[in-house]
Design a protein around this ligand. Structure first.
Ligand code: NAD
Length: 285
């Protein structure tokens, strides 16, 4: 049976480092401040922001919500972002998604100053990943890399299969790992529709799944001894499950993340780390 990766342990390790950096900043009279920009009333966003607020304030990062009306225009929203970019007290900006219909989220994200873009979604920060010179990056993608490193595996020449090709998880994960000289395949709906998902997954020494479909990956597809990172979050009845059939997969994997309690807590900690990294950069610490 594989080792079950406790995301909370990795998360605490990252947070300990963040606390040290915050002490250093505090000694120079600096407290990071994160502003979440929220458009309209989205119940899921409110839950998410309250959680962010709790996490930030608990560790010593100021947190504010800028609530904007549902009918705001794209130009007005971008103006609000520009104001935050110029505000010296604000060291981090998050744009809560989804945005109302008619607003191009990628366009608005591109207005966030790269040095305040704590979620790593600005094209400039994405581009640094492509160059293999990322200072920060999308939190979940960095979390996946952190978890793989935690297992102690040497990525050089390893067969990695990334299922899911989203801008914030699949694509950046693939780039981050290819820079460690892993051989990375990216699978997606096209792979599935072509009936080829199983053959790819079965040869993965490291399998990462970020799709959002409960039990998409049957446990018996997992190669013996593989590392399995399950990013998916799915509600089945009153339970939260991942994309991998966990109970069977854990019998074959050498390491596996549970859902919940795997990637999620590490992602949260990486956000705090990104905030501190960018605050230090802005303030020249
Ligand atoms: P997305 O929803 O933007 O895209 C889904 C991807 O899955 C696409 O690449 C699509 O082609 C692929 N796909 C869809 N059906 C497929 C199939 N049958 N076979 C193979 N591939 C298929 O992706 P996302 O935003 O990265 O989110 C993916 C999942 O990860 C969701 O469940 C989301 O909630 C979760 N998530 C978790 C965290 C975390 O911190 N734990 C963070 C972000 C996303």
């Amino acid at each position: 049976m594989g080792n079950i990766i406790d995301g909370k342990v990795i998360s605490e390790k990252i947070k300990d480092q963040v606390k040290k950096e915050l002490e250093l900043l505090k000694s120079k009279g600096i407290t990071p401040k994160l502003v979440a920009v929220s458009v309209g009333e989205n119940p899921a966003s409110i839950v998410y922001m309250n959680q962010q607020k709790k996490n930030c304030e608990k560790i010593g990062i100021n947190y504010e919500i800028l609530q904007l009306p549902e009918n705001i225009s794209e130009i007005e929203l971008c103006d609000n972002i520009e104001k935050l970019n110029k505000n010296q007290d604000v060291t981090g900006i998050i744009l809560q998604l989804p945005l109302p219909k008619g607003i191009d989220s990628r366009k608005v994200q591109s207005k966030i100053a790269p040095e305040k873009d704590v979620e790593g979604v600005n094209p400039s920060n994405m581009g640094w990943i492509l160059y293999g010179r990322a200072i920060i990056g999308p939190c979940t993608a960095l979390a996946v890399k952190e978890i793989i490193e935690y297992t102690g595996v040497n990525l050089y020449g390893k067969e990695v299969v990334m299922v899911g090709h989203s801008d914030i998880v699949g694509k950046p994960v693939a780039l981050l790992l290819v820079d460690k000289f892993a051989t990375v395949s990216i699978c997606h709906i096209g792979t599935f529709d072509a009936g080829k998902l199983e053959e790819h997954v079965k040869r993965a020494e490291i399998l990462i799944v970020a799709v959002g479909k409960a039990n998409l990956i049957p446990g018996d597809w997992i190669k013996e001894g593989a590392i399995v990172i399950d990013v998916g979050i799915n509600k089945v009845g009153d339970k939260i499950v991942g994309d991998v059939e966990f109970d069977k997969a854990k019998e074959r994997a050498s390491w596996i993340t549970p859902v919940p309690g795997g990637v999620g807590p590490v992602t949260t900690a990486i956000l705090l780390r990104n905030i501190v990294v960018l605050t230090k950069m802005q303030k020249g610490v």
